[in-house]
Ligand binder design. Structure first.
Ligand SMILES: Nc1nc2c(ncn2[C@@H]2O[C@H](COP(=O)(O)OP(=O)(O)OP(=O)(O)O)[C@@H](O)[C@H]2O)c(=O)[nH]1
Ligand SMILES: [Mg+2]
Length: 302
């Protein structure tokens, strides 16, 4: 795990308190005083898990395991959920952000407005503070204000930027890699567009940018990270599938977790996509980024 994230556990507890209430609190309150897992109780529990945005399949699986068994009692429901959620996060793989010696490239994608550019600004700041030389590649040349926004973030963070108005994003990334290699940068953060004329064009553009990295610096690509807005709930899963087909994702960043009641999407992504959540956005400021820690997340939920 990369050492620049030092957060107080209590903050995370605060951040996920709404999620904890609907995902754990409500289910536990409704179930733990029952004497047995009747069909009525199980149905109720399934509905609550679905409305907490855990996903229909995952909710059904959790409830099915409680049917026709006698070992786990309703009074154990909290511990049961805790164990199941822990297993799901474990099975999704390592959560530490992949950082190595030499050049590290992070490719950041996601639909419009999820918080890609903000995440890049925050990451640039974290890396910069830990003594790294950081270059941002402004791969969103589609939206008019995108590069200015990135410019502001890069200045705030003290990072350099490669931007070319209206240029082909793949050529911007090409140039960034050349610059990083000749000037010994440690980090390239690649911002990408969230919306093009249509989904097909967006995916083709992402593939093209990715292929530049694959050709010019395959050994340096550390993460192909999908950014999801926690508040989109199950829609996020659909997005993950589309992006996964295009660019072979390695991880997820979940933004806007502050105040969201839909943090269960962390578990849904881990379960359905087998992708680890590595970063969480917990506000709009430069410091509001945390490295996701599954154990802490589980403790904060329960
Ligand atoms: N509360 C909160 N707001 C966030 C967080 N991350 C981003 N935002 C806000 O979300 C909005 C969109 O963020 P951007 O970073 O511009 O999103 P984007 O994915 O780059 O958007 P496009 O470039 O249009 O695709 C901004 O108003 C951000 O301040 C977060 O973790 N918490
Ligand atoms: Mg953006």
């Amino acid at each position: 795990m990369f050492g620049f994230f030092k957060d107080k556990f209590n903050n995370l507890k605060q951040t996920v308190s709404n999620t904890a209430q609907i995902l754990v609190g409500n289910v536990t309150n409704a179930v733990e005083h029952e004497t047995e897992f009747s069909e009525f109780v199980l149905d109720d529990m399934e509905d609550m898990l679905i409305s907490a945005d855990l996903g229909v399949g995952y909710a059904a699986e959790l409830v099915d395991k409680l049917r026709n068994q006698t070992k786990i009692k309703p009074a154990d429901v909290k511990k049961y959920l805790k164990d199941e959620f822990s297993k799901t996060l474990q099975n999704a793989g390592s959560t530490g952000l992949n950082v190595q010696d030499g050049l590290n490239i992070y490719f950041i994608c996601g639909v419009n407005g999820v918080g890609k550019t903000t995440l890049i600004g925050k990451l640039a700041y974290k890396f910069k503070n830990s003594g790294k030389k950081v270059l941002i590649a402004a791969g969103d040349t589609f939206r008019a204000a995108a590069e200015e926004q990135l410019d502001i973030w890069s200045k705030r963070a003290g990072a350099s930027i490669v931007r070319r108005d209206k240029a082909d994003p793949a050529s911007v990334v090409y140039e960034a890699i050349e610059k990083a290699k000749t000037e010994n940068y440690d980090i390239i953060l690649v911002d990408t567009a969230g919306r093009l004329q249509n989904k097909f064009n967006l995916m083709e553009e992402l593939k093209k940018i990715k292929s530049v990295i694959d050709k010019k610096a395959p050994e340096s690509l550390r993460e192909c990270m999908l950014v999801l807005d926690a508040n989109t709930g199950q829609n996020g899963l659909q997005q993950a599938k589309v992006f996964s087909n295009a660019v072979n994702l390695t991880s997820v960043a979940l933004t806007k977790l502050d105040g969201s009641a839909k943090g269960a999407i962390v578990l849904a992504v881990a379960k359905e996509m087998k992708l680890p959540v590595k970063l969480i956005g917990v506000g709009e400021k430069m410091e509001d980024l945390k490295e996701f820690n599954p154990d802490e997340f589980i403790e904060a939920l329960f």
